[in-house]
Design a binder for this molecule. Structure first.
Ligand code: AMP
Length: 425
């Protein structure tokens, strides 16, 4: 039986110090890239009113139907841990009237934990992290292309190869209804062979049948009419515009006509970036245009586009390509008091070194000098400051260069200056 006190809940993971260094590096890369692209960070609450997700993600989606962590709080409100961040960003955009800001379009990015009651497996968790962007207030394909280029630059900049960008257009409320009907007419004779989920999607959201992974549904939808052949002029031009922009930027892509969402507020561009070596969970980034979402949430008619990258999957991909350097701790200086009596002076010196901007550490376990120097080595300390009775009496320290083994007796300030000089401070 699982010991509840010593096991994290199913589908969640601790990010331990060795891994957190890699997370921080990745997060830093993302922030720098977003800043270069002119996207600003937004942080929204981890939980929202359940209604927001029902409206913003769609009642008929798997996420809303099966995967939400919904609870009633002590004030009898129905709240839900966010399963994704687009709906929250749209809510924040409306609540804070970001559409009234001088700089438009509104280009935002976010990073943080999301929660879905999913079946946990490699690359699929119940608490996972997404980095994503949302651009609100621009309808042109240039913003679609810019968002895609940002994701591609992130992955390529990290060194990932074997990436495939899939793009499609899911049309809009003008051209989609006729297409839906064509698709339903095509699938109707095979309705009995569809999986139970797709049977119920047939009326509500038939386009989703196209991306169902079950073999029966794949067979049934083979040769089905394609949205790309049924686009209205505006959607057709938008898709042509996107392709021309990707071509100009030399970003290779494949058209995947089965990449769909199918809800009314998803429009035009849909895209996904896959990293094939991850196998079943190969999607590292998914996104698309949602020109109807802001209005769906009660706001003014506002076009929008965004994507989300799964950070755990991205780290798995980097690990697969051996692009994650082992985290090593490096300190500038290690202070080794020889006895208990020297500890207060060593401690004061430790804090002084840190105030001066140096990475400094000392022994906290009352170790012997030999063991302390071993510890300094483990930390890859560049210098050690040895503090014995005599040094203490003379207000001095023995500064030892751990690379050259040179040592000299100096006072505290001289030691700090020498270390700072060497460490290029
Ligand atoms: P979605 O919001 O479903 O379009 O997902 C966007 C990205 O988030 C996917 O491409 C994955 O990389 C990641 N993702 C989605 N669900 C999970 C999950 N349960 N565990 C880990 N990553 C996920």
């Amino acid at each position: 039986m699982t010991n509840l006190l010593t096991s994290a809940p199913r589908g969640t993971k601790d990010i331990l110090p060795a891994a957190s260094a890699q997370w921080q590096k990745l997060e830093k890369t993302i922030r720098q890239l977003c800043s270069r692209f002119g996207y600003q960070e937004i942080r929204t609450p981890v939980f929202e009113h359940t209604e927001l997700f029902i409206r913003g993600i769609g009642e008929t989606t798997d996420v809303v139907e099966k995967e939400m962590y919904t609870f009633t709080d002590r004030g009898e409100r129905s709240l839900t841990l966010r399963p994704e961040n687009t709906a929250s960003v749209v809510r924040a955009y409306l609540e804070n009237k970001l559409y009234g800001e001088a700089e438009q379009p509104t280009k935002l990015f976010y990073m943080g934990p999301m929660f879905r009651y999913d079946r946990p497996q490699a690359g699929r968790y119940r608490q996972f992290h997404q980095f994503g962007v949302e651009v609100l207030g621009a309808a042109a394909p240039t913003v679609d292309a810019e968002a895609i280029a940002l994701a591609i630059q992130l992955f390529q900049g990290l060194g990932l190869t074997e990436l495939t960008l899939f793009i499609n257009s899911v049309g809009c409320p003008t051209c989609r209804p006729a297409y839906r009907e064509q698709l339903q007419n095509y699938l109707r004779p095979q309705l009995d062979s569809l999986c139970p989920d797709c049977k119920s999607r047939f009326d509500r959201n038939p386009m989703r049948i196209l991306d169902c992974k079950s073999e029966a549904c794949r067979q049934a939808s083979q040769g089905a009419p394609q949205m790309l052949d049924c686009l209205c002029e505006e959607c057709h031009d938008h898709f042509a515009g996107l392709k021309a922009l990707l071509d100009a930027a030399e970003i290779p892509y494949s058209i995947n006509t089965n990449l769909v969402r199918g809800l009314d507020y998803y429009t035009k561009t849909a895209f996904e970036i896959q990293y094939a070596p991850l196998g079943a969970q190969s999607a590292v980034c998914g996104g698309g245009r949602y020109d109807g979402l802001v209005a769906q949430c009660g706001g003014p008619d506002t076009p929008g586009i965004g994507f989300a990258v799964g950070l755990e999957r991205l780290l798995l991909a980097l690990e697969k390509q051996e692009l994650l350097p082992a985290a090593t701790r490096c300190s500038d200086v290690f202070i080794a008091p020889l006895g208990k009596e020297q500890t207060p002076m060593a401690f004061a010196l430790l804090l002084q070194l840190r105030k001066e901007g140096l990475t400094a550490d000392m022994d906290f376990l009352g170790r012997s000098l030999k063991a302390q120097l071993k510890q300094a080595n483990r930390q890859k300390a560049r210098f050690a400051l040895l503090l014995g009775e005599e040094e203490q009496a003379n207000q001095q320290v023995l500064l030892k260069d751990l690379e050259t083994s040179e040592q000299s007796l100096v006072n505290a300030q001289e030691a700090i200056n020498a270390i700072k000089e060497e460490m290029g401070e």
